[in-house]
Design a protein around this ligand. Structure first.
Ligand SMILES: [Mg+2]
Length: 187
């Protein structure tokens, strides 16, 4: 079968990683429970930054956020490797900017994710993922972002939402644990 995955906050805890970097850089001790309950993907408001300051903070630290030691979510590495070993096709579809695409691919390989060079897509807008998913004719696709998931309702692909505080309003099958996802699908 063909599986597609978003990367950030679906397979790896990028938001949590950015949160600890912001804490360090801004020297602010924001309790992590606030992040867990925060109903927005972008985290700058937790640090008292406005939209413009938040955008600037992200741009100033984006390389460090993307290419240091961000942790995979529990089970994501193992489950994707098992799927690949069983002969399933794994595709990655990330909206990370084009300039970071190839480095992201290498970074994912270094973390141990099963990456095939021609199964890796990046640099599209949220509403353009739809076309790639459609073209690849994926059986399953998992993402965390409402702006992406909202565009996918007419596909034959089974769409799953990776559970996060900011997407709980979506009525889609939910992945809270990668091992469970595998069990549920009988893989
Ligand atoms: Mg994401």
């Amino acid at each position: 079968m063909k599986f597609g995955f978003d990367i950030d906050d679906t397979l790896i805890n990028l938001r949590g990683h950015a949160f600890s970097i912001y804490q360090q850089k801004l020297e602010q001790e924001v309790p992590v429970e606030r992040l867990d309950d925060f109903k927005r993907l972008e985290i700058h408001e937790l640090f008292g930054l406005n939209e413009e300051e938040g955008r600037q903070m992200w741009m100033d630290h984006v390389e460090e956020i993307f290419f240091t030691n961000c942790s995979p979510f529990k089970g994501s590495l193992e489950v994707l490797n098992e799927l690949a070993e069983k002969g399933h096709e794994i595709y990655y579809i990330t909206a990370r900017f084009k300039e970071f695409g190839e480095r992201t691919k290498e970074w994912m390989k270094e973390q141990g994710f099963p990456v095939q060079d021609d199964h890796f897509y990046y640099g599209m807008n949220d509403d353009e993922k739809l076309h790639i998913i459609q073209e690849l004719d994926l059986d399953y696709y998992v993402d965390d972002k409402p702006a992406v998931l909202d565009t996918l309702s007419d596909l034959r692909t089974s769409v799953y939402v990776r559970d996060q505080a900011y997407n709980r309003h979506l009525e889609l099958p939910r992945v809270t644990d990668w091992y469970e996802f595998k069990r549920e699908l009988g893989l």
